[in-house]
Design a binder for this molecule. Structure first.
Ligand code: ATP
Length: 286
């Protein structure tokens, strides 16, 4: 096999709790992660020209060593002494810098694809071990589905899948830095923590409203003060029939869960018009 085409799936956080800030500055988290059918497409092909060559449909995205796809490719090339080159055509559809692990999932796909086309024989677990060297979310992106993520994000446990539903994803045009959000979070003073254990239990019961009622993201304590539009979009989603709506990751993307496709599509259209947003999608968990 000389080439492979992969879908790199985005994630949302059904719940996001920060347990504490450790002495070393890292944050201990407890998050419920869910992949959705919103994806980037990666075409990965062996090439006789040495090195990693990335093309992307987004001209503002780095295509050099700052791209996580490059980092993933380089990691395996160095470890396995690969001398052939690799060409990657990266078609981005996941909103960038949005709290949806766009870069991490591309890196995860690159690890998976390189393993296949160069026949490296690495297991999923071994790919996950390499992924964590690129970013805390990469192992989860290799695992995908529904998972509880603990520690600093690297301790993963598969949990029962999210019951069938429709997900409206809306990316406001503001940019939010993940670093800034964590720096402004007073993790050790949080008065309230999401019921992550209850959510995992509701997933096990296949209880969508039990999951929805426990959707919370403590990072909103930072972002909604700075960017009121995040809260406004959440409210619009709830008023438009969402079971619940919260921010994903460190934002600014907001998502809502809907039981009916038509209601989700109407809500998406309303949000596009009301907030003048182009990155609004109706999708499903997977
Ligand atoms: P997370 O949910 O893990 O915090 P994110 O959605 O906030 O991720 P990304 O879309 O991964 O953020 O991008 C963050 C930054 O990483 C961007 O500003 C971009 O320049 C850089 N980057 C490097 N490689 C990629 C890639 N393949 N796709 C998107 N961004 C990338």
């Amino acid at each position: 096999m000389d080439e492979i085409t992969l879908k790199a799936l985005a994630k949302i956080n059904l719940g996001l709790d920060v347990i504490r800030r450790r002495e070393d500055g890292y944050h201990e988290v407890s998050m419920v992660m869910q992949t959705i059918h919103l994806y980037d497409r990666l075409e990965i092909a062996k090439s006789h020209e040495p090195g990693i060559h990335i093309r992307s449909n987004l001209n503002f995205l780095p295509v050099n060593e700052n791209n996580l796809v490059y980092k993933a490719g380089k990691l395996l090339m160095d470890e396995f002494g690969i001398t052939d080159g690799v060409d990657v055509n990266l078609e981005k559809r996941i909103p960038v810098a949005a709290g949806m692990a766009g870069g991490s999932t591309d890196a995860a796909s690159m690890l998976y694809g390189m393993n296949r086309i160069f026949d490296l024989g690495l297991s999923r677990r071994q790919l996950m071990e390499r992924g964590v060297q690129i970013g805390a979310d990469v192992p989860y992106c290799i695992m995908a589905k529904t998972a509880l993520s603990e520690g600093i994000g690297e301790v993963l446990t598969e949990v029962a899948p999210l019951p069938d539903c429709f997900v409206v994803v809306a990316k406001p045009t503001i940019s939010v830095s993940t670093k800034m959000v964590y720096e402004n979070l007073h993790a050790n003073e949080l008065q309230h923590h999401p019921d992550v254990v209850g959510m995992v239990d509701a997933l096990k019961q296949g209880d969508l409203s039990g999951v929805a009622s426990r959707m919370e993201n403590v990072l909103e304590t930072v972002t909604t003060k700075l960017y009121p539009q995040i809260e406004e979009i959440k409210q619009t989603m709830k008023e438009s029939g969402a079971e619940n709506a919260i921010m994903s990751g460190s934002g600014p993307t907001v998502f809502g869960l809907y039981t009916e496709k038509a209601t989700a599509e109407q809500a998406a259209e309303k949000i596009r018009q009301q907030y003048g947003l182009s990155e609004v999608y109706v999708t499903q968990p997977c």
